[in-house]
Design a protein around this ligand. Sequence first.
Ligand SMILES: Nc1ncnc2c1ncn2[C@@H]1O[C@H](COP(=O)(O)OP(=O)(O)OP(=O)(O)O)[C@@H](O)[C@H]1O
Length: 319
Amino acid sequence: MTLIELDDVRRTFTVRTKAGRFRREKREVRAVDGLSFTVAAGECVGYIGPNGAGKSTTIKMLTGILVPTGGRLRVAGIDPARERVALARRIGVVFGQRTTLWWDLPLRDSYELARRLYRIPDHRYRANLERCIELLDLGGLLDTPVRQLSLGQRMRGDLAAALLHDPQVLYLDEPTIGLDVVSKGRVREFLREVNRDQGTTVLLTTHDLTDIEQLCGRVMVIDHGRVVHDGGLEGLHAAADSERTLVVDLAEAGPPITVVGARVVKVEGPRQWLAFPAQQSAAPIVAEVAARYPLVDLSVREPAIEDVIARMYAEVAIG
Ligand SMILES: Nc1ncnc2c1ncn2[C@@H]1O[C@H](COP(=O)(O)OP(=O)(O)OP(=O)(O)O)[C@@H](O)[C@H]1O
Protein backbone atom coordinates (compact mmCIF):
# COMPACT_ATOMS: atom_id res chain seq x y z
CA MET A 1 0.00 0.00 0.00
CA THR A 2 1.37 3.41 -0.98
CA LEU A 3 1.36 5.83 1.92
CA ILE A 4 3.31 8.80 0.60
CA GLU A 5 2.97 9.91 -2.99
CA LEU A 6 4.63 12.84 -4.74
CA ASP A 7 4.14 13.57 -8.40
CA ASP A 8 6.24 16.38 -9.88
CA VAL A 9 6.01 18.39 -6.66
CA ARG A 10 7.55 21.86 -6.76
CA ARG A 11 8.05 24.65 -4.28
CA THR A 12 9.63 27.96 -5.15
CA PHE A 13 10.40 30.90 -2.88
CA THR A 14 10.76 34.46 -4.03
CA VAL A 15 13.66 36.12 -2.29
CA ARG A 16 14.81 39.72 -2.53
CA THR A 17 18.52 40.24 -2.73
CA LYS A 18 20.52 43.46 -2.65
CA ALA A 19 21.74 44.52 -6.08
CA GLY A 20 23.82 47.63 -5.69
CA ARG A 21 23.34 50.31 -3.04
CA PHE A 22 19.62 51.00 -3.36
CA ARG A 23 18.29 48.40 -5.73
CA ARG A 24 16.80 45.10 -4.70
CA GLU A 25 16.34 42.24 -7.08
CA LYS A 26 13.70 39.53 -6.98
CA ARG A 27 15.05 36.05 -7.38
CA GLU A 28 13.30 32.70 -7.45
CA VAL A 29 14.70 29.83 -5.40
CA ARG A 30 13.54 26.40 -6.51
CA ALA A 31 13.73 24.65 -3.14
CA VAL A 32 11.91 21.57 -4.49
CA ASP A 33 12.11 21.17 -8.21
CA GLY A 34 9.94 18.35 -9.57
CA LEU A 35 9.99 15.60 -6.95
CA SER A 36 8.29 12.31 -7.80
CA PHE A 37 8.46 9.28 -5.52
CA THR A 38 6.33 6.95 -3.47
CA VAL A 39 6.83 5.36 -0.07
CA ALA A 40 5.01 2.15 0.80
CA ALA A 41 3.47 1.47 4.21
CA GLY A 42 6.06 0.01 6.59
CA GLU A 43 9.14 1.34 4.82
CA CYS A 44 11.94 3.16 6.64
CA VAL A 45 13.41 5.63 4.17
CA GLY A 46 16.46 7.83 4.68
CA TYR A 47 16.00 11.26 3.11
CA ILE A 48 19.41 12.86 2.85
CA GLY A 49 21.24 15.58 1.00
CA PRO A 50 23.60 18.51 1.49
CA ASN A 51 22.54 21.74 3.23
CA GLY A 52 19.90 23.61 1.28
CA ALA A 53 18.99 20.56 -0.84
CA GLY A 54 15.27 20.88 -0.11
CA LYS A 55 14.77 18.27 2.62
CA SER A 56 13.04 20.48 5.18
CA THR A 57 10.87 22.03 2.47
CA THR A 58 9.73 18.52 1.48
CA ILE A 59 8.95 17.56 5.09
CA LYS A 60 7.07 20.83 5.61
CA MET A 61 4.93 20.09 2.53
CA LEU A 62 4.33 16.54 3.76
CA THR A 63 3.04 17.89 7.07
CA GLY A 64 0.89 20.56 5.42
CA ILE A 65 2.87 23.51 6.85
CA LEU A 66 3.90 24.59 3.35
CA VAL A 67 1.75 24.53 0.23
CA PRO A 68 3.43 23.20 -2.95
CA THR A 69 3.61 25.62 -5.87
CA GLY A 70 3.05 22.74 -8.27
CA GLY A 71 2.48 19.01 -8.58
CA ARG A 72 0.46 16.52 -6.58
CA LEU A 73 1.14 15.29 -3.07
CA ARG A 74 -0.74 12.78 -0.91
CA VAL A 75 -0.07 11.26 2.52
CA ALA A 76 -2.37 8.38 3.49
CA GLY A 77 -4.65 9.58 0.69
CA ILE A 78 -4.85 13.07 2.19
CA ASP A 79 -3.81 16.35 0.58
CA PRO A 80 -1.70 17.71 3.49
CA ALA A 81 -2.16 21.43 2.84
CA ARG A 82 -5.95 21.14 2.46
CA GLU A 83 -6.65 18.74 5.32
CA ARG A 84 -4.05 19.51 7.94
CA VAL A 85 -6.22 18.50 10.89
CA ALA A 86 -7.17 15.13 9.40
CA LEU A 87 -3.52 14.55 8.52
CA ALA A 88 -2.26 15.47 12.01
CA ARG A 89 -3.93 12.35 13.40
CA ARG A 90 -2.00 10.14 10.99
CA ILE A 91 1.47 11.61 11.27
CA GLY A 92 4.05 12.12 14.01
CA VAL A 93 6.85 14.65 13.65
CA VAL A 94 10.12 14.97 15.53
CA PHE A 95 12.59 17.79 14.92
CA GLY A 96 15.99 17.22 16.52
CA GLN A 97 16.63 20.93 16.84
CA ARG A 98 13.26 21.92 18.29
CA THR A 99 10.93 20.36 20.79
CA THR A 100 7.19 19.91 20.54
CA LEU A 101 7.03 19.49 24.32
CA TRP A 102 5.94 22.22 26.72
CA TRP A 103 9.12 23.73 28.07
CA ASP A 104 7.96 24.48 31.62
CA LEU A 105 5.75 21.44 32.11
CA PRO A 106 6.73 17.95 33.21
CA LEU A 107 6.77 15.38 30.40
CA ARG A 108 3.68 13.77 31.85
CA ASP A 109 1.64 16.97 31.29
CA SER A 110 2.75 17.31 27.65
CA TYR A 111 1.59 13.75 27.06
CA GLU A 112 -1.72 14.45 28.75
CA LEU A 113 -2.21 17.45 26.46
CA ALA A 114 -1.49 15.26 23.43
CA ARG A 115 -4.04 12.74 24.68
CA ARG A 116 -6.73 15.41 24.73
CA LEU A 117 -5.66 17.15 21.55
CA TYR A 118 -5.73 13.95 19.50
CA ARG A 119 -8.62 12.43 21.47
CA ILE A 120 -6.57 9.27 21.96
CA PRO A 121 -8.73 6.42 23.34
CA ASP A 122 -7.75 5.59 26.94
CA HIS A 123 -6.57 2.04 26.23
CA ARG A 124 -4.37 3.13 23.31
CA TYR A 125 -2.91 6.03 25.30
CA ARG A 126 -2.05 3.82 28.25
CA ALA A 127 -0.58 1.04 26.11
CA ASN A 128 1.52 3.44 24.03
CA LEU A 129 2.74 5.42 27.01
CA GLU A 130 3.74 2.26 28.85
CA ARG A 131 5.60 0.94 25.82
CA CYS A 132 7.45 4.23 25.33
CA ILE A 133 8.31 4.52 29.02
CA GLU A 134 9.80 1.04 28.95
CA LEU A 135 11.65 1.23 25.64
CA LEU A 136 12.87 4.79 26.09
CA ASP A 137 13.54 4.47 29.81
CA LEU A 138 11.38 7.48 30.64
CA GLY A 139 10.07 6.21 33.98
CA GLY A 140 12.23 8.45 36.15
CA LEU A 141 11.74 11.51 33.97
CA LEU A 142 7.98 11.90 33.72
CA ASP A 143 7.73 14.49 36.48
CA THR A 144 10.72 16.55 35.39
CA PRO A 145 10.06 19.85 33.58
CA VAL A 146 11.27 19.60 30.00
CA ARG A 147 13.72 22.49 30.42
CA GLN A 148 15.63 20.42 33.00
CA LEU A 149 16.11 17.43 30.70
CA SER A 150 19.37 16.73 28.87
CA LEU A 151 19.27 16.79 25.08
CA GLY A 152 19.16 12.97 24.90
CA GLN A 153 16.39 12.74 27.51
CA ARG A 154 14.40 15.44 25.73
CA MET A 155 14.74 13.64 22.40
CA ARG A 156 13.41 10.44 23.99
CA GLY A 157 10.55 12.49 25.44
CA ASP A 158 9.83 13.97 22.00
CA LEU A 159 9.79 10.56 20.34
CA ALA A 160 7.20 9.29 22.81
CA ALA A 161 5.05 12.41 22.28
CA ALA A 162 5.09 11.88 18.51
CA LEU A 163 3.86 8.29 18.80
CA LEU A 164 1.13 8.36 21.46
CA HIS A 165 -1.64 8.76 18.88
CA ASP A 166 -0.57 5.76 16.75
CA PRO A 167 0.52 7.70 13.66
CA GLN A 168 0.91 5.77 10.42
CA VAL A 169 3.87 7.88 9.36
CA LEU A 170 6.70 9.29 11.43
CA TYR A 171 8.81 12.14 10.03
CA LEU A 172 12.13 12.58 11.76
CA ASP A 173 14.33 15.58 11.09
CA GLU A 174 17.85 15.00 12.49
CA PRO A 175 16.69 12.94 15.50
CA THR A 176 20.24 12.09 16.63
CA ILE A 177 21.85 15.50 16.15
CA GLY A 178 24.02 16.52 19.11
CA LEU A 179 23.45 13.26 21.00
CA ASP A 180 26.24 11.22 22.55
CA VAL A 181 26.99 7.71 21.29
CA VAL A 182 24.88 5.97 23.96
CA SER A 183 21.83 8.20 23.39
CA LYS A 184 22.14 7.80 19.62
CA GLY A 185 22.15 4.02 20.05
CA ARG A 186 19.07 4.12 22.23
CA VAL A 187 17.14 6.34 19.82
CA ARG A 188 18.06 4.12 16.87
CA GLU A 189 17.05 0.98 18.71
CA PHE A 190 13.70 2.51 19.56
CA LEU A 191 13.07 3.62 15.96
CA ARG A 192 13.92 0.14 14.71
CA GLU A 193 11.33 -1.28 17.06
CA VAL A 194 8.70 1.27 16.03
CA ASN A 195 9.25 0.52 12.34
CA ARG A 196 9.61 -3.25 12.60
CA ASP A 197 7.12 -4.17 15.32
CA GLN A 198 4.56 -1.39 15.04
CA GLY A 199 4.83 -1.17 11.26
CA THR A 200 5.09 2.63 11.40
CA THR A 201 6.36 4.13 8.16
CA VAL A 202 9.43 6.28 8.79
CA LEU A 203 10.92 9.11 6.74
CA LEU A 204 14.24 10.06 8.26
CA THR A 205 16.33 13.13 7.52
CA THR A 206 19.84 13.02 8.91
CA HIS A 207 23.43 14.05 8.34
CA ASP A 208 24.66 10.91 10.11
CA LEU A 209 25.04 8.01 7.70
CA THR A 210 25.18 5.58 10.65
CA ASP A 211 21.49 6.38 11.24
CA ILE A 212 20.78 5.32 7.67
CA GLU A 213 23.01 2.27 7.82
CA GLN A 214 21.35 0.98 10.97
CA LEU A 215 17.75 1.85 10.17
CA CYS A 216 16.94 2.34 6.51
CA GLY A 217 16.64 -0.23 3.77
CA ARG A 218 16.23 2.58 1.29
CA VAL A 219 17.94 5.91 0.95
CA MET A 220 16.92 8.83 -1.21
CA VAL A 221 19.48 11.50 -1.91
CA ILE A 222 18.14 14.90 -2.81
CA ASP A 223 20.14 17.76 -4.26
CA HIS A 224 18.93 21.06 -5.69
CA GLY A 225 15.37 19.93 -5.02
CA ARG A 226 15.61 16.74 -7.08
CA VAL A 227 16.16 13.07 -6.33
CA VAL A 228 19.66 12.06 -7.44
CA HIS A 229 19.72 8.56 -5.89
CA ASP A 230 16.97 6.20 -4.77
CA GLY A 231 18.01 2.74 -3.60
CA GLY A 232 20.09 0.98 -0.96
CA LEU A 233 22.95 2.58 0.95
CA GLU A 234 25.34 0.06 -0.64
CA GLY A 235 24.27 1.26 -4.07
CA LEU A 236 24.96 4.84 -3.02
CA HIS A 237 28.41 3.96 -1.73
CA ALA A 238 29.10 2.01 -4.92
CA ALA A 239 27.98 4.91 -7.12
CA ALA A 240 30.15 7.29 -5.12
CA ASP A 241 33.04 4.89 -4.62
CA SER A 242 32.96 6.18 -1.05
CA GLU A 243 35.28 5.30 1.79
CA ARG A 244 34.86 4.78 5.51
CA THR A 245 37.60 5.53 7.99
CA LEU A 246 39.01 3.29 10.69
CA VAL A 247 40.61 5.37 13.44
CA VAL A 248 43.08 3.32 15.48
CA ASP A 249 44.89 4.31 18.67
CA LEU A 250 48.11 2.33 19.02
CA ALA A 251 50.08 1.89 22.23
CA GLU A 252 52.77 4.22 20.89
CA ALA A 253 53.57 6.49 17.95
CA GLY A 254 55.21 4.83 14.97
CA PRO A 255 55.40 4.79 11.17
CA PRO A 256 52.18 4.25 9.12
CA ILE A 257 50.94 0.69 9.58
CA THR A 258 50.32 -1.63 6.64
CA VAL A 259 47.03 -3.53 6.39
CA VAL A 260 45.45 -5.40 3.47
CA GLY A 261 42.42 -3.55 2.04
CA ALA A 262 43.07 -0.19 3.73
CA ARG A 263 45.52 2.68 3.44
CA VAL A 264 46.75 5.11 6.04
CA VAL A 265 45.61 8.64 5.21
CA LYS A 266 46.74 10.46 8.36
CA VAL A 267 49.03 9.90 11.34
CA GLU A 268 49.04 11.97 14.54
CA GLY A 269 51.22 10.50 17.28
CA PRO A 270 49.84 7.07 18.22
CA ARG A 271 46.58 7.72 16.29
CA GLN A 272 46.29 6.63 12.66
CA TRP A 273 43.43 7.02 10.16
CA LEU A 274 42.88 4.21 7.63
CA ALA A 275 40.54 4.60 4.64
CA PHE A 276 38.78 1.57 3.15
CA PRO A 277 35.90 1.06 0.65
CA ALA A 278 32.58 1.84 2.39
CA GLN A 279 30.85 -1.25 0.99
CA GLN A 280 33.48 -3.49 2.59
CA SER A 281 33.19 -4.84 6.14
CA ALA A 282 35.58 -3.32 8.69
CA ALA A 283 35.90 -6.67 10.50
CA PRO A 284 38.87 -8.23 8.61
CA ILE A 285 40.80 -4.94 8.74
CA VAL A 286 40.16 -4.59 12.48
CA ALA A 287 41.19 -8.24 13.00
CA GLU A 288 44.45 -7.75 11.13
CA VAL A 289 45.32 -4.52 12.95
CA ALA A 290 44.54 -6.15 16.31
CA ALA A 291 46.65 -9.22 15.50
CA ARG A 292 49.71 -7.33 14.28
CA TYR A 293 49.82 -4.08 16.27
CA PRO A 294 49.45 -3.13 19.97
CA LEU A 295 45.94 -1.68 19.79
CA VAL A 296 44.47 0.55 22.53
CA ASP A 297 41.23 1.72 20.94
CA LEU A 298 39.46 2.02 17.58
CA SER A 299 36.34 3.45 15.95
CA VAL A 300 34.82 3.40 12.46
CA ARG A 301 33.65 6.66 10.91
CA GLU A 302 31.11 6.94 8.13
CA PRO A 303 31.88 9.34 5.28
CA ALA A 304 30.20 12.75 5.37
CA ILE A 305 27.05 12.95 3.22
CA GLU A 306 28.50 16.00 1.44
CA ASP A 307 31.59 13.96 0.47
CA VAL A 308 29.54 11.01 -0.78
CA ILE A 309 27.47 13.29 -2.99
CA ALA A 310 30.52 15.17 -4.28
CA ARG A 311 32.15 11.84 -5.16
CA MET A 312 28.95 10.65 -6.80
CA TYR A 313 29.02 13.64 -9.16
CA ALA A 314 32.74 13.15 -9.77
CA GLU A 315 32.10 9.50 -10.71
CA VAL A 316 29.33 10.53 -13.11
CA ALA A 317 31.58 13.15 -14.70
CA ILE A 318 34.44 10.66 -15.12
CA GLY A 319 32.22 7.70 -15.98
N1 LIG B 1 11.06 30.42 3.64
C1 LIG B 1 12.01 30.45 2.73
N2 LIG B 1 12.24 31.55 2.01
C2 LIG B 1 13.19 31.62 1.06
N3 LIG B 1 13.99 30.57 0.73
C3 LIG B 1 13.82 29.44 1.42
C4 LIG B 1 12.84 29.30 2.44
N4 LIG B 1 12.89 28.04 2.94
C5 LIG B 1 13.88 27.42 2.27
N5 LIG B 1 14.44 28.24 1.35
C6 LIG B 1 15.53 27.91 0.42
O1 LIG B 1 15.19 26.71 -0.23
C7 LIG B 1 16.33 25.87 -0.39
C8 LIG B 1 16.07 24.52 0.29
O2 LIG B 1 16.00 24.71 1.70
P1 LIG B 1 15.67 23.54 2.74
O3 LIG B 1 15.60 24.17 4.11
O4 LIG B 1 14.51 22.77 2.28
O5 LIG B 1 16.98 22.65 2.62
P2 LIG B 1 17.49 21.44 3.53
O6 LIG B 1 17.86 20.37 2.58
O7 LIG B 1 16.50 21.14 4.58
O8 LIG B 1 18.81 22.05 4.18
P3 LIG B 1 19.46 21.80 5.64
O9 LIG B 1 20.16 20.48 5.58
O10 LIG B 1 20.44 22.94 5.73
O11 LIG B 1 18.38 21.88 6.66
C9 LIG B 1 17.51 26.65 0.20
O12 LIG B 1 18.15 27.31 -0.84
C10 LIG B 1 16.84 27.62 1.14
O13 LIG B 1 17.62 28.80 1.27
